[in-house]
Design a protein around this ligand. Structure first.
Ligand SMILES: [Zn+2]
Length: 337
């Protein structure tokens, strides 16, 4: 199991498997659980996604709500264990799979996100005809996707795309993404923002454009911990290096400028500062390796063959993503992306 390594090192407070049907339908509850990291800082799991929360005498400061079902479960768990309400929801970024479901906490919490979050949540202006895969789904070619036409992820998350709830997905709704259940922040910030509650502090720091324009890392100074949903990875390669490897290197350097020991992530393993340093080294090695290859007049295919990055062979997704990352960095350096 993917969280075994971290679980062994930590106190398992609870771990609930998929034993109970969620509804009368065949839907089953994903693996969920809460693990204490240190002091009153906890990491909570919903299947392949994780969030964190800090309990204080005056209430709880939490990060991403993930989705409504998980948030309802977490809220009930918190009510029985801690008996104080969630006062803050601090977003790591806008992506639907981390930021959905905040409405569950809206009765007691203030929501904080980077100021670019508003732009990412807004429907794009101007003319947005269906394009690419969306265009292919439009079988009757009327310019919108009906429920009956939707397939794959679009069918599964239809209502998250359908901002105006008209049962039709426009080009603008498809271009924006499955963001209809993201509760917008009440408070935004530009570079950093500090939340204080019950004698505790959490500092949010903007990570530039890495992964998303509204990416932030949460720093828990007393607990010496950071939480980053999609940027810090532990012995695991990032899915993609958008918008470019330079922004990722800058983001990792920003994270590493903070004082921490616990590196908490939104997916898979949690780890330590050394793991964040390992990922930064990977990004730097791939960057210098590709630049050297281009300097020596090698083609992309040649660089993909020679730049084996052996030091990272043990990382999750190495086989799947190394060559793709090299291609991304190659395009960035060549200026073709
Ligand atoms: Zn994301």
């Amino acid at each position: 199991m993917f969280m075994l390594r971290s679980a062994l090192m930590l106190t398992i407070v609870v771990a609930i498997g998929g034993a109970f049907p969620h509804t009368a339908a065949a839907q089953t509850t994903p693996p969920r659980g809460i693990v204490k990291i240190t002091g009153e800082l906890y990491r909570a799991q919903n299947d392949n996604h994780y969030t964190v929360f800090l309990v204080t005498p005056d209430g709880i400061i939490m990060s991403d709500p993930i989705n409504r079902e998980f948030s309802r479960w977490l809220k009930a768990e918190m009510a029985t264990r801690f008996k104080v309400p969630v006062r803050y929801v601090l977003y790591t970024h806008h992506d639907w799979d981390h930021a959905s479901g905040g409405v569950v906490w809206a009765d007691t919490a203030e929501f904080v996100g980077h100021r670019n979050m508003f732009e990412t949540l807004a429907l794009p202006g101007g003319v947005h005809p269906l394009a690419g895969g969306s265009l292919k789904m439009d079988a009757n070619q009327n310019g919108v996707i009906e429920k009956s036409e939707a397939t794959g992820d679009t069918a599964q998350r239809f209502w998250l795309f359908d901002e105006n709830r008209d049962g039709l997905l426009s080009g603008a709704e498809m271009a924006r993404g499955a963001l209809s259940d993201v509760y917008p922040p009440n408070v935004t910030f530009a570079d950093r923002h500090t939340v204080t509650l019950g004698g505790k502090r959490v500092v949010m720091v903007h990570l530039g454009n890495a992964h998303a324009p509204d990416s932030a890392v949460l720093h828990f100074p007393d607990e010496r911990a950071v939480f980053s949903a999609d940027i810090v990875q532990v012995k695991r390669l990032p899915g993609g290096l958008a918008p470019n490897v330079g922004d990722w290197i800058d983001a990792l350097k920003t994270v590493l400028s903070l004082d921490f020991e616990h590196a908490l992530t939104g997916h898979a393993l949690a780890g330590t500062r050394a793991d964040a340093e390992g990922l930064l080294r990977y990004l730097q090695d791939i960057s210098t390796g590709v630049a050297a290859g281009i300097g020596a007049g090698r083609t992309l295919a040649e660089i993909q063959k020679s730049l084996t990055l052996d030091a990272y062979k043990g990382y999750d997704r190495y086989d799947m993503l190394r060559a793709e990352h090299i291609a991304q960095v190659y395009r960035t350096i060549k200026g073709t992306k």
